[in-house]
Design a protein around this ligand. Structure first.
Ligand code: GDP
Ligand code: GDP
Length: 455
């Protein structure tokens, strides 16, 4: 009956906790081929490994929810990060730096069969200056006879090196016990968990769309005087900007200002940083440069935010450069490339002159209100009941799947679970989504709908 279905859908207080409560963020770093991916996959279990570990494909995810012996934590994985980066040594150091920046504690993986290398030492000095607690994992110690090798790594000066075999699982439990102990007592400064009483915003878009110009314009319009928020661990790379009478936390503004795209391997890092910023943010301002054709990279950045389930506002920048030609081009593209985000608000502005930047706060507030919105089970079911009587699912092989019951299982973004007597066609799901949006709003927020089949 309904009660049971509600329970199964995860309705009730617990469903609104937003899942596990991680004790902190743990990063796994080390140079290529030491076995970071193997270790991460072992920690996460087979599930993640199979899906994500396609050779040659860069993993876009930055962090994963992990659990060990009843402790929930976030795991930052750098194993998939080295794909196609040139200038490998400095690249390794910078990627480890990003990981460490996001984390509260670190596992440094070294290769026991190779011994210490110059790359290892570079990472170690970076780790040391970060001041975050480190546990050294000496990997590829596949047998007890090889255990003596680990002693060599005492000289890193990072405490007791722990011999493991990520491949066979040997020693991994002990390693996690120690690393999680350090994580629990570590100061929680991680970018990924930092609690905040402010709404968190990421400015994203490919290089040169005008992110730093917009940030400067916004910060200069009304500079925040409030520097200290109770309960807010503020990352030095974040910035408080006052807009529309409200303070907002802009995430990873250093990444925007530093113009990483000028460095080598840079497109890659800027994409990594974008992903990290999206993960920390609640809302993404996705910037486009209307004086240029919209590129695949533009659309990819937008998809990253949508796929991560963030509230979004589309910002069409450099409107001062707009002419008849580019206006037509943009309208055409709007009809083709932007169909998947028709629900998002679009603000045309000029970061340079400040024209229409005052329209941003309202769009941002609307998007976040949608993101937080919750529809009661009663309202939802009476609406879907009417919808279904007016527009039943098309017949399929003489049968007609029927919706039995639905409930909103979560927010941020809104997630709905529909119980039906059969699988619902893609087209019918889209129809439901459109109708939910027409009825309840959700402007600026993705919504997720899953269907569970019942007899
Ligand atoms: P990453 O580049 O640091 O992510 O390293 P990978 O996880 O991709 O591993 C690099 C290579 O080391 C792969 O061929 C793995 O199969 C191998 N490897 C990883 N862990 C172990 C281990 O515990 N023992 C042995 N013998 N090989 C391992
Ligand atoms: P970012 O790489 O996304 O941070 O882009 P920037 O903010 O550095 O801007 C790239 C270039 O576009 C700079 O030369 C800016 O002056 C220019 N720019 C940014 N916004 C506007 C705008 O609204 N109008 C015009 N005409 N130029 C702009």
């Amino acid at each position: 009956d309904d009660e049971e279905l509600i329970e199964e859908a995860g309705e009730g207080e617990a469903a609104y906790d937003d899942g596990p409560k991680p004790v902190g963020v743990l990063a796994v770093v080390g140079r290529p081929n030491v076995g970071k991916s193997t270790l991460v996959n072992r920690i996460l279990g087979r599930r993640a490994a199979v899906v994500e570990d396609t050779p040659g494909v860069t993993r876009d995810r930055v962090s994963y929810d992990a659990e060990w012996a009843g402790t929930d934590f976030k795991l930052v994985d750098t194993g998939g990060w080295e794909a196609d980066v040139e200038g490998i040594d400095s690249a390794i150091a910078s990627q480890a730096e990003i990981a460490v920046h996001l984390a509260d504690a670190v596992i440094l993986v070294v290769d026991g069969t190779v011994g210490l290398t110059a790359s290892d030492s570079r990472i170690v000095s970076m780790l040391r200056s970060s001041g975050k607690p480190v546990t050294v994992a000496v990997n590829k110690i596949d047998t007890a006879e090889q255990e003596y090798i680990t002693a060599e790594f005492w000289k890193l000066g990072l405490g007791e090196p722990m011999g493991i075999s990520a491949m066979h699982g040997r020693g991994v439990g002990d390693l996690l016990d120690v690393a999680l102990d350090k994580l629990r007592s570590a100061e929680k400064t991680s970018g990924l968990l930092a609690p905040s009483s402010l709404r968190r915003v990421a400015l994203i878009g490919r290089p040169n769309v005008g992110k730093s110009s917009l940030l400067n314009q916004l910060a200069h319009e009304e500079r925040s005087v409030v520097d200290d928020y109770a309960g807010t661990t503020r990352d030095p790379v974040d910035e408080v900007v006052r807009l529309g009478g409200q303070d907002w936390l802009f995430i990873d503004t250093a990444g925007i200002k530093r113009r990483l795209h000028k460095l080598s391997g840079a497109e890659y890092y800027s994409s990594l940083r974008t992903q990290a910023a999206i993960e920390r943010a609640e809302l993404a301002l996705v910037l486009f440069d209307v004086s240029q054709p919209i590129s695949d990279q533009d659309l990819k950045v937008m998809s990253q935010a949508v796929d991560a389930g963030r509230a979004i506002v589309l910002v069409f920048n450099k409107w001062d450069l707009q002419d008849e030609f580019s206006r037509k081009r943009l309208e055409r593209l709007w009809e083709t490339e932007f169909t998947r985000v028709r629900w998002a608000q679009r603000v045309n502005l000029s970061a340079k002159t400040g024209w229409h930047t005052n329209r941003l706060p309202e769009a941002m507030e609307t998007a976040l209100a949608s993101w937080d919105k919750r529809i009661s089970t009663g309202k939802l079911n009476s609406f879907l009941g009417q919808l279904q009587s007016a527009h039943p699912h098309p017949l399929r092989g003489g049968k007609q799947p029927r919706i039995l019951f639905a409930t909103q299982a979560g927010t941020r973004p809104p997630r709905f679970v529909i119980f039906a007597t059969g699988f619902l066609d893609h087209g019918y799901r889209r129809f439901i989504e459109r109708s939910l949006r027409e009825e309840f709003g959700f402007e600026g927020s993705p919504i997720q709908i899953s269907v569970k089949v019942r007899e």
